[in-house]
Design a protein around this ligand. Structure first.
Ligand code: SF4
Ligand code: SF4
Length: 341
């Protein structure tokens, strides 16, 4: 275990940014999100949840993946280079750290997504324990511990110090690079903070949700359930829940003619949109009920069916606070008998 005074944190961030591209939560346009850090940016250490999750770093909202140049009848393919420079993501919360494991099983299983994989392999993730979990948080339901957020390095803010524990080989190597800035600390110094966080977590209103009625074997039982109609009735299909969600991974690929070249880009899409499954014959999910059901069945039934029981939700609560009609996965779980309280 290591530590550094909070007053010296900016020096540490500057050092990290010298040797890597550093992402952390910063305020832009009044909202806090993960962005590239420069000395002019203030690290928003007290912000529990960024509006969007940290998934943008590995799976950007929009990115060019290849370009084509057309000269008379000749077409030249201009591939985009894969990112290889080291990236450090600082201040990731436990829920977002867990979401990377879920995204890995989607993007890094064969055939692997080369852009995601290159970014992921060159990244070091530094998590920060949640000193003030909020009422919308329910990561504990998915076995996530906000007091021990994991990843390559985990950190805790306690008093006027930041405590630092390297967990992976990558994390240990980075800690060694920073050894002149970090001093030795005793694990006991963060025990009280961990206990305090655990006590808050236990008392959160959504902490008692039960997932016993969900899982990979529940397709037949849940697919035609009457609850979907009432739950989906007022959904306006805005897609907000999918864009703020750390584990949603739907995307579209389109070509854009700039006049000089053709750019093929990929951008986030949403299973809540009517044209998402549009095929030549029409769409596979013509009603909002079907689209709504797809999102939640995927997270709570289909994904665990194909991923050793792992759910595709990390209980971050972003959908709880951002849906304009106050619908969310916690209400879905409750409506199928998952409200333990
Ligand atoms: S559940 Fe809410 S956030 Fe999601 S698409 Fe429907 S209205 Fe929008
Ligand atoms: S479904 Fe909601 S609570 Fe679950 S990970 Fe996505 S945004 Fe977070």
């Amino acid at each position: 275990m290591k530590k550094i005074e909070k007053a010296k944190l900016n020096d540490l961030l500057a050092r990290l940014a010298e040797a890597s591209t550093l992402y952390l939560p910063v305020r832009k346009g009044g909202k806090v999100n993960f962005a590239k850090w420069t000395k002019d940016e203030e690290y928003c250490a007290d912000e529990l949840k960024t509006v969007k999750s940290a998934k943008d770093v590995f799976f950007p909202q929009s990115e060019n993946i290849v370009s084509f140049k057309r000269e008379s009848s000749k077409i030249t393919i201009l591939p985009k280079e894969l990112p290889t420079d080291r990236t450090v993501i600082f201040g990731v919360r436990a829920c977002d750290a867990k979401s990377f494991d879920i995204l890995d099983s989607v993007f890094m299983s064969e055939p692997a997504d080369s852009f995601y994989t290159a970014r992921r392999n060159s990244a070091v993730i530094i998590t920060t324990a949640c000193s003030t979990p909020e009422e919308t948080c329910f990561c504990g339901v998915f076995g996530i511990d906000p007091a021990n957020p994991g990843a390559d390095i985990q950190t805790w803010f306690v008093g006027e110090e930041l405590f630092w524990e390297a967990l992976s080989e990558k994390g240990k190597a980075l800690t060694e690079e920073l050894s002149d800035m970090l001093s030795d600390a005793d694990e006991k110094e963060v025990e009280d903070e961990k206990s305090r966080i655990s006590e808050i977590t236990k008392q959160l209103p959504l902490n008692g949700l039960s997932l016993e009625n969900f899982g990979g074997d529940k397709t037949n039982e849940l697919f035609d359930a009457a609850q979907w109609e009432k739950l989906s009735q007022s959904c306006i299909g805005c897609g907000t829940c999918t864009f703020v969600c750390p584990t949603c991974q739907c995307y579209d690929i389109r070509d854009y003619d700039t006049g000089n070249d053709i750019r093929r880009y990929r951008c986030w899409d949403s299973c809540m949109y009517s044209d998402f499954t549009m095929c030549a014959h029409g769409t596979n999910r013509p009603t909002q009920l079907q689209r709504f059901r797809q999102r939640f069945m995927h997270k709570l039934v289909y994904f665990p069916a194909n991923n050793n029981g792992e759910f595709s939700c990390v209980g971050c609560g972003r959908c709880v606070s951002s849906c304009p009609i106050s619908m969310n996965i916690a209400k879905v779980i409750k409506s199928f008998g998952g409200d333990n309280k």
